[in-house]
Design a protein around this ligand. Structure first.
Ligand SMILES: *Cc1c(COP(=O)(O)O)cnc(C)c1O
Length: 248
């Protein structure tokens, strides 16, 4: 198989698994967005994915995403989704090209993004990252901090808040992973009741290559899938989140 056929086969396989997980959960597959996560994958391969109809890529690091967005600037309708922790001083880069940011976890970053976005006359879809596993190594707000945090967000008019994102515990043990997804869904449901005007709480971005079926069973609206589409990465996951030694 050539590289394009291989990519097509991986995408078909993941879409079939998403559809099966939706059927098992009594959900409509159109309610689950597959976000291909392209970190470490070079622009040449991403062009193949584009030719197969992919129009969004998830990237963990701003610099890498920015470089690829520039290398692929000739492709229309391409949307870059930042899914990794953002430092305040990188907000100015993110504000230039990102269409969505899924890892908002501080008012300082919200402020920095809003200021830069206003400057460029842009808006950004945003998800609030929640640490549902209780691990110190994970980014994101503790669930208890989220309601007060969300109440502050209408002040940032360039941020279009859409919902919540989490990384579950990395474990083979379903009974430890599932509660992370349940926690995020319950928090989202609660925030739907009390969120201020202009703050939407529809999106639940949860589930990765190793656990997306479980996440769909618990209500995921976006699954972020990297290795199951593009293959194993040469960079260890500890480059993306501290202390990821238990993963893969
Ligand atoms: C890399 C990454 C993913 C995808 O991980 P895979 O295990 O390769 O599917 C999902 N979410 C975030 C935040 C990531 O950095």
């Amino acid at each position: 198989m050539d590289a394009t056929a291989q990519l097509q086969a991986s995408l078909d396989a993941i879409r079939a698994r998403i559809a099966a997980a939706c059927r098992a959960a009594g959900r409509d597959p159109s309610g689950v967005r597959l976000l291909p996560v392209s970190k470490t994958v070079d622009a040449a391969r991403l062009r193949l994915a584009y030719d197969l109809g992919i129009r969004e890529f998830g990237e963990n690091k701003v610099q890498e995403a920015l470089a690829k967005s520039e290398a692929m600037a000739d492709l229309p309708d391409l949307r870059w989704v930042l899914i990794g922790h953002l430092q305040t001083n990188k907000a100015k880069h993110a504000a230039r090209f990102a269409g969505e940011f899924q890892a908002l976890d501080s008012l300082r970053v919200a402020q920095a993004l809003d200021t830069q976005l206003q400057k460029h006359g842009r808006a950004l879809d945003v998800l609030v990252q929640v640490n549902t596993s209780g691990e110190a190594s994970k980014f994101g707000l503790a669930p208890g901090e989220v309601p007060a945090f969300v109440r502050e967000l209408p002040a940032f008019s360039a941020l279009r808040v859409r919902g919540l994102m989490t990384l579950a515990l990395f474990s083979e043990d379903e009974s430890r992973v599932r509660p992370c997804f349940v926690r995020l869904r319950e928090l989202r449901d609660r925030l739907r009741q009390e969120a201020p005007d202009g703050i939407a709480m529809d999106e639940l971005s949860m589930g990765m290559s190793g656990d997306f079926e479980l996440a769909i069973a618990e209500g995921a609206t976006t699954v972020r899938v990297g290795t199951a589409i593009f293959g194993t990465r040469s960079t260890p996951d500890s480059a993306y989140w501290p202390d990821a030694t238990g993963h893969q």
